[in-house]
Design a protein around this ligand. Sequence first.
Ligand code: WTA
Length: 627
Amino acid sequence: KTYEDLYKFSVNNSDDFWGELAKTRLDWYKPFSQVSDCDMNSGNIKWFDGGKLNVSVNCVDRHAAKHPDKVALIWEKDEPGNTEKVTYSQLLAMVCKISNCLKDSGVKRGDRVAIYMPVSPIAVAAMLACTRIGAVHSVVFAGFSADALAQRIQDAGVETILTTDQGVRGGKVIELKKTVDAAVQKCPSVKRVFVSKRTGENAPKTNLDIDLDAAMKTASENFTPEVMDSEDLLFMLYTSGSTGKPKGIVHTQAGYLLYASMTQKYVFDYHDGDIFGCVADIGWITGHSYVVYGPLSNGATTVLFESIPTYPDPGRYWEMVERLKINQFYGAPTAIRLLLRYGDSFVKKYDRSSLKVLGSVGEPINHEAWEWYHNVVGDGKCDVVDTWWQTETGGIAVTPRPSGPNDKIIPAAPMRAFFGIQPAILGSEQEDLQGVNEGALCIKNPWPGMARTIYGDHERFMDTYYRPFPGHYFSGDGAKRDEEGFIHITGRMDDVLNISGHRLGTAEVEDVLDEHPDVAEAAVVGVPHAVKGEEAFAFVTVKENFSRDHETLVKELQGLVRERIASFAVPSQMLVTEGLPKTRSGKIMRRILRKVAAGQVDDLGDISTLADPTVVSILIRDSNFVF
Ligand code: WTA
């Protein structure tokens, strides 16, 4: 069969396609009775209903049984050349030990467990241990602040946290335990904090602490896995939307696993024996699907990258590729853009002949970065796959590969739908736009990896994803279809920023700025940035009696955002001004703010709908005093 035939079959006979794969690629305790039962109008979504399985068994036990000594994890620690390997049998022992520790301390099936850890074998084993005992993990990126962590703990009613004493990235120490302790102060629900050693330096202790390493030493290496239903919760992962607080996107067992597994294998042309190198952090969906669940379900050797692309120098990735003989490399455009500025020599001095496929994820890749990735990093001989997807899609949804071996790949576009995915581009009248066209990127049909709900808020789930274009999943992104039918992403259609591949809602930052006693009103917009893709630019107006200098206020506001969210969310530029442009109904006109932020004050477009047009000249005047 050709790729075309297979794709057509996958969308026209979706149940046959996914049903056969689920049967043959996953291990079940009990077969499912129905492949799919999905209603995109009510958001009632079920895959492989009636089936019973355990995700850790699929990711570890079955491979450990077949090839116990195969390396499952290669931990590339922050210090270059400092790697630790974990075989499948060792991973199984770790997972079982942690499972026993969790269970002995009272963690039960269905409990939510927060993981706030650096990329490391212990973190991966902790995730898998949750799946083994049927607990729902919520991994929180270890760059988030104590407040952000606390918010996620509270929303999910977390009683158990797993963390490490500290983290190290790019030679810098990150005080993880200290941050956890600060978060726990605000979270009375937390009953226990498991702490594993990363640096061994004196991290603070509290009476909720359990020494995970010590507990594991005496714990049994056997643990009978919990028998889970296909639609039981597997994990939740918080992500930003255009309004309100971050939402806990929920994924369930079988559908998510199958989708992560299939995409890892086919998008990257993964074969047995390959070394798979996804450099994402496990705190994001890319880390979940392509560091952990995709590769491990396929019995692969997966790289855990703890460091940053420029440590100790901008050759780090490629030195690692040479040393570990990585076959598939999957990273973010922001890193590629950063590295290309240092020139080709940092790439060329390392042997990259092991590379077969180069992947890009998380944000649009620009042409310059794509060409450099393809020509310099890949020596023109690797397929470059620009993969479009989201936390909500569970896995890659639009991607140049798989496709026919001779099918071309055009630069900087995800191009083709993955098996079983029917993308649609919808117009403002909710019409399905055909041919060459631009509009809202939607998916017409259900697929196994799709998110099931927002934790505790199904209405918000429906409002965000299913009500804007009834009968369709709406991604929040815009897309266009070219003459050849290939899909290009045009960017977010809502107020979500993408800063170095990190999703951030402008409303989240505005809420924090508004908290400051001197701030009357705040508006945050994105401005293009050559390396980060986008940066946050904040406009604030101050209360009437404000008389301090603006620079001090700006510093306080930056500190506040760092404390409440994370460093990456801190607006890089701020303007303290006297008024924000609003329509007569009081809506802030962000379009105008975006122009001012980008320095395009001569080209503000139509300002006739402004309630008070004099605001514009004030803004233009003040834009000379950006901090
Ligand atoms: C953006 C990351 C252009 C997009 C896997 C999406 C992309 C958001 C691409 C999801 C791409 C992701 N081209 N934009 N190849 N991939 N995006 O949930 O705006 O962290 O909606 O998932 O990143 O970010 P998330």
